[in-house]
Every structure is written in C-alpha cells, then in structure tokens.
Design a binder for this molecule. Structure first.
Ligand SMILES: Cc1ncc(COP(=O)(O)O)c(C=O)c1O
Length: 401
C-alpha cells in the first residue's frame, strides 16, 4: 500500500542537521530568578539544583509574581470562572473583559478596545478583518503580522526596517498606476523584539497622511512601559494619528491575551468580522483581570522607573566593556555574528548563572546571531552586577572582549 503519511523522523533529522531543532526546558516559576530543567522530551523534567538569573523574559516589569495581580486573577477565577466557556459573542462575554477594555482604551486615548485570546490572534484577526488591498509592512515585523498579511490576500509590500524615506518611496511607487480607491494599511511593530529598535511612528504617520493610508502599530513590546502605561504611540504623542493600536497582554502586563484599541467603528467591525475573535473562546477571566491590575500598576506604580534604571545600568556596563548594544529600548541585543559564537557566548554566561539564549537564523538574518538581553524591573542592583560580570568573563573567555 502507498504510504501517504508524513515522514516526521526525517524532518526532525533535517532540523537537527541544520542546527535548528528546538527543545522545551521548563522553569519552576516565571520571575527574575528560577530553577530550570534540562530538555527532557516527553520524560518528566528534573529541575537543576542551582537557581539562575533570567535576562531573556518579556516579563519586563516583573509583575508575574506581584501579589496584587495574583489576587486579581484568583478573585476573577473564584467569582467569574476559570474560563470564558464560549466565544464572547455567545456566552463568554463578562464584566472583567469590559473592565479591561475600558482601561486599555483610557490608557491608549481611544474610543474603545477589544481583548483577544492572544496577540497573535489580534494581529491575524485585525489584518484579515480590515481586508486591505495593499499592506506596507516593515521587513522585520513579527510573524503574527506576517501571517495576518498572508491570510488577508492583500498585495504585501515590504519596506526597509524603520526607514521612512523607503516607505514613502514604496507608497509613491504604488500610487503610480494603480486605482485610487485601493485601501492601504501601513503596519509596524513599535519596539522590535530582536533588535530593540523603535519604529519612527511620527514619520510613518506623516507618510500615511500624505498618501491617505491607515497606520496599524503593534505595541506588543511597548505596552505598559511608556508614558502613563502606554506604548510608543503615547511616548511620541501620536496616539490620535495611529488608526489601529494593538498589543499583547502577555509581556509587561504579566498575563495572556491580546488587544486592539481604536475608534468605535473599528471595534464594532472587529467584533463582527475578526474570525480569531468570533470563532475563538473569550480570553479567560483570570487573564483579563490580571492584565487590568497589571496595567493599573504599570500606570500608577514605580515599576517602569525601576525597569528603565536597570536598562540604563546594564546598557552602560555592556558598552563600557566593549559590546555593541543595538536599539533604543529595554531590549539589549548584542550581535556577535555567526551562530557558533552566539551559542558559545550563551553557554559561557549560562555557566555563570545567567540565562540569555542565543538568537540565530532563521529568527534573525544570517551573520547576525545575537544574545538578546532583557532586564526586568524586579532585578536588583546585585542581579545587574552579576549579569555584567558574567558577560565580562564570558566575553574574555571566548575571545570576544
Ligand atoms: C510584536 C509582537 N506581536 C505579537 C506577538 C504575539 O503576542 P502573543 O504572545 O500574545 O500571542 C508577539 C509576541 O511574541 C510580538 O512580539
């Protein structure tokens, strides 16, 4: 009989041969420090006996272990339920969803907000629901934007990373000879997670205004970290010029889920047409309540200030040692070149108790393998010094410094 199945063994071998096979290795808790296990496949993982310092998490404000947020999640589970039980459009819509959405809209200065079950779902659902004819997309945009672009069947035109003149040239090119009634969407991450770069949102909005396009900004790595708990749109004062502000609840907001904020009409359209909203169970009430509390804390507490102090201490220290640190955000990537050097550096810092996995192709372009260092607000000064010492010793050991 013909074999019409799938040769998964060969696929895995190919990944192994290309040094691209990924593995799962759990940690005992999500915090600035934890006990990790070695990858164990399907076997029960065994935690190492030494705790390690985590400098690679998106839990930027360190709020996953905040008692107030844990209490909010606990209380929502007890009073509303552990899960939504259905799509929001059926019976899964609850008061905690509306509380969260009110707070997100207030933070972002928009009419309304809508919570999705993930940031991935928010991107895919929003881009496809808008049904743009043409999408102008930063070449380094996140995979969930790329997947949304693919599913939308729009013509997708990439522009050079954070390059407004190049975007403007692509807009002008398309304007020449194509119908004037096309709908155009410019989409960009605001903080790029592998490069630490920040999108030039004002310039992008200027270009959009010139050609009548809409702007959609993915604030996944910025939400909660800037002015009054907002993102780059708030930091640059262009919230009212960005048509779709989107993000995730899973990074600084220490929870799970995604969101979109914008006009009343935008949100009403998404409620009706975003398939990842309509045909997916509502965000779980504990996740919604945790995100609301985290957003409140990020707006009114001192966590943001502590994060930015740690970022500046760590960036200064790494640069003083001679590392070239990319970007202008809380993400501190150091590009070392080839995969082997990145793996060696990651291993050498790991031997010193610091977790910063190597980021290699295909996640980043060939020849730009890197370590992506992400401090948290809850790292102490001693933690930052331990991280710097590890990078100094490791860099010297493998001949980088
Ligand atoms: C820029 C960007 N957008 C969207 C997402 C997806 O968010 P989530 O993890 O909530 O699905 C991520 C996270 O990995 C991201 O980095």
């Amino acid at each position: 009989m013909e074999d019409r199945g799938f040769d998964l063994g060969r696929r895995l071998e190919a990944l192994e041969d290309a040094d691209l096979r990924r593995t799962l290795a759990p940690v005992d808790r999500v915090a600035e420090r934890g006990y990790f296990a070695q990858p164990s496949g399907g076997d029960i993982p065994v935690l190492e006996s030494d705790a390690e310092l985590v400098f690679a998490s998106n839990n930027y404000l360190g709020l996953t272990s905040d008692q107030r947020i844990q209490d909010a999640a606990r209380q929502a589970a007890a009073t509303v339920g552990t899960g939504s039980g259905a799509s929001r459009l059926v019976t899964g819509d609850t008061m905690v969803h509306h509380d969260l959405e009110r707070l997100l809209a207030e933070t972002k200065g928009t009419d309304r907000a809508l919570a999705f079950s993930s940031g991935y779902a928010a991107n895919v659902g929003t881009i496809t629901a808008l049904e743009p004819d043409v999408i102008f997309s930063d070449e380094y945009n996140h995979a969930s934007i790329i997947d949304g672009c693919r599913l939308s069947n729009a013509d997708v035109i990439q522009y050079d990373h954070c390059n407004v003149p190049n975007l403007r040239a692509q807009l002008a090119d398309r304007a020449d000879g194509y119908p004037e009634d096309e709908s155009w969407l410019i989409v960009t991450d605001t903080v790029f997670s592998m490069d630490g770069t920040v999108a030039p949102l004002s310039g992008i909005c200027d270009a959009a205004d010139e050609f009548g396009a809409w702007v959609m900004a993915d604030e996944a790595h910025a939400t909660g970290l800037y002015v009054d708990g907002g993102g780059i749109a708030q930091a640059e004062g262009v919230g009212d010029r960005v048509d779709v502000q989107l993000g995730t609840l899973s990074k600084a907001l220490a929870s799970q889920g995604g969101y979109v904020t914008g006009s009343d009409d935008l949100i009403e359209c998404l409620v009706n047409d975003a398939r990842s909203f309509v045909f997916s169970t509502g965000l779980s009430p504990p996740a919604a309540a945790a995100a609301s509390e985290a957003l409140h804390i990020s707006r009114h507490g001192d966590a943001r200030e502590r994060l930015w102090e740690n970022v500046s201490h760590l960036r200064d220290g790494l640069e003083t040692m001679g590392y070239d640190v990319l970007g202008d955000s809380q993400i501190l990537p150091i590009v070392v070149g080839d995969r082997e050097t990145a793996l060696d550096l990651a291993e050498a810092v790991r031997e010193r108790g610091i977790v910063t996995p190597a980021i290699r192709p295909p996640t980043v372009p060939e020849g730009t393998s890197r370590l992506r260092i992400a401090p948290m607000a809850t790292h102490s000064q001693e933690d930052i010094v331990a991280c710097l010492e590890a990078f100094q010793e490791a860099g010297e050991e493998i001949g980088l410094l």
